[in-house]
Structures are given as C-alpha cells and as structure tokens.
Design a protein around this ligand. Structure first.
Ligand SMILES: Cc1cc2nc3c(=O)[nH]c(=O)nc-3n(C[C@H](O)[C@H](O)[C@H](O)COP(=O)(O)O)c2cc1C
Length: 260
C-alpha cells in the first residue's frame, strides 16, 4: 500500500532566518493544505503528535559541523512511532560535516522513518559586508531547489511504499564539539539601546544594565549572531578572525545536496 500524507509539520531552529526560509520553501513544494509550523528558535516545540499520515520536516543550522545542542533541547521528548520525516541541514558554505548524520540518527532514535535529507547553504552567521561568506543565501536558485525538493519528497513517499534506511554522509564518532571561547558580540557607540538585539536572542543572553547599556552574558551566548543581523544601526558586531579565514577559504559557491 502506498503512503498518504495528509499533514505536514515544519520544525526549525533559525536565529538568523536562513533555515526558516529553506523550511518554508520546502513546505511550499510539498503542496499540502494542512501545514503546521513550529519555530523552536526562541520557544520549545509545540507539535507533539505525529500521526502515520503526517510528514515532519526538521531544519537546523550547522554549528561546528554538528547540530547545535539547543535544537534537540527545544524539541523536547518526541515519540514518532514510525511516522515519516525529512531532515535538512543549513550551513554557511564551509561544510556540514556530521550534522546530517547526527540529525538522522537522532530522529531515528525518536521513532521517525527518515524519507529524505538535504543540505542547503545559508549566509554565514559570521559573514560581514567587507568579508561576505555566502552573503544573500539562500538566494532565488536555492529557494527554487528547496521547493523542488519538497515536490520530489512527496513523489518518493507516494510511489515508494516501503523504503529502507537512508544514506547520508558523515562520520561517527561525530566531530568533537569544541568548548565555546569566552567571546560574544558587543554593542558599539552607535547603539541606541532600542532592545531589538535583546528580543532577537534565542538564549536570553542580552539585557540592559542599570545604566541602560546593553550587556551580554558570555556564558549564555551561542554566537548565533541574530543580534548582529537584526541591529538596524550596525551597532552590534562580532569581530572574529574566523570570518577572514572563512572568506579566504570558503568563498567558492557550494550547492545544495539531496538524498533520497
Ligand atoms: C557558532 C556557529 C558555528 C557555525 N558552524 C558552521 C560550520 O561548521 N559550517 C558551516 O558551513 N557553517 C557554520 N555556521 C554557519 C551557519 O550554519 C549558517 O550561517 C546558517 O545559515 C545559519 O542558520 P540560521 O540563519 O537559520 O540561523 C556556523 C554558525 C555559527 C553561529
């Protein structure tokens, strides 16, 4: 008997918005009327039931070649009981390393059948105007590919009734998660304490001190750079020599990859 999909869940973590764009473009391509979104960037996942006729699309950015641990924390306890899912890693044009494999293994542990996977490129969180890394991505081409991927997922699911374990690249043991350096973005003299950075931060690492100055809790900061990208005055900066390294070594355009 062929699989029938009556509802789609999009679950994504996306501090700087590129994973959200990819998730929504895939959702468009799936062409299902009943589509739920759970944005787990600042809140926990709110989708708890995964019926047999549902498809869940998990989209996460890649941090250090892995899925950021906050993605799994925000997901909470899930038990899919054999429902289908699609996994997507969005990375900043360097590489996704073991992120797709990690996402696949974690979703299988939660009882999902993984029907398809993809990697897409998003503007690197550390990209700067004078040192762009994948600037402006996902672009029109990426989003068309994402929409087309959505269509192809549906084609596979309805035409292949019983699929085996999906291959995705990656190594186990996964790339080691390096301890975070004691650094964080800072607010410069153009800061007018408007608070946009505070509300953009997924981990509540930014606050106003008694004098009304923006301050950042380095221990809570994940370096996601949502605060840098949201600041309308360019007053929030994260200056790291790593941006130049990325710019020098990973400027050549990489393209999305698909696994069915
Ligand atoms: C802490 C951190 C680590 C990152 N590590 C990688 C990496 O290993 N490889 C890569 O290509 N991009 C890496 N990136 C870039 C993000 O994966 C990329 O910018 C992604 O599009 C961000 O997704 P978002 O817009 O949904 O937040 C990293 C970004 C951050 C903040």
């Amino acid at each position: 008997m062929n699989n029938i999909i009556n509802s789609v869940n999009l679950i994504y973590y996306s501090p700087t918005g590129t994973s959200r764009k990819i998730a929504r473009a895939i959702g468009d391509g799936l062409k299902v009327n009943n589509l739920c979104e759970s944005d787990i960037t600042k809140e926990n996942n709110n989708i708890e039931s995964f019926p047999d006729d549902s498809l869940t699309v998990f989209v996460s950015p890649v941090y250090g070649g892995r899925i950021p641990s906050i993605f799994f924390e925000r997901l909470g306890v899930l038990n899919a009981n054999g429902a289908m899912c699609v996994i997507v890693a969005v990375y900043g044009n360097r590489h996704y390393d073991d992120a797709l494999l990690e996402l696949k293994n974690e979703m299988m542990k939660r009882g999902f059948r993984v029907a398809a996977a993809a990697s897409f490129i998003g503007e690197h969180s550390f990209s700067r105007e004078n040192m762009p890394v994948a600037a402006g991505r996902p672009d029109f081409y990426d989003l068309s590919m994402a929409e087309h991927f959505g269509k192809e997922i549906m084609d596979k699911i309805v035409t292949v009734p019983d699929f085996g374990e999906l291959f995705v690249p990656g190594n186990y043991p996964y790339k080691e998660v390096k301890p975070k350096q004691p650094v964080a973005p800072i607010s410069t003299e153009n800061c007018c304490s408007c608070g946009l950075c505070i509300s953009s931060c997924p981990t509540h690492a930014i606050s106003l001190d008694a004098l009304g100055n923006v301050c950042t809790d380095i221990d809570k900061c994940t370096l996601c750079c949502a605060c840098v990208k949201v600041c309308p005055h360019g007053a929030r900066v994260f200056d790291t020599p790593f941006t130049k390294f990325l710019y020098d070594n990973f400027s050549e355009r990489r393209n999305p990859e698909f696994y069915f």
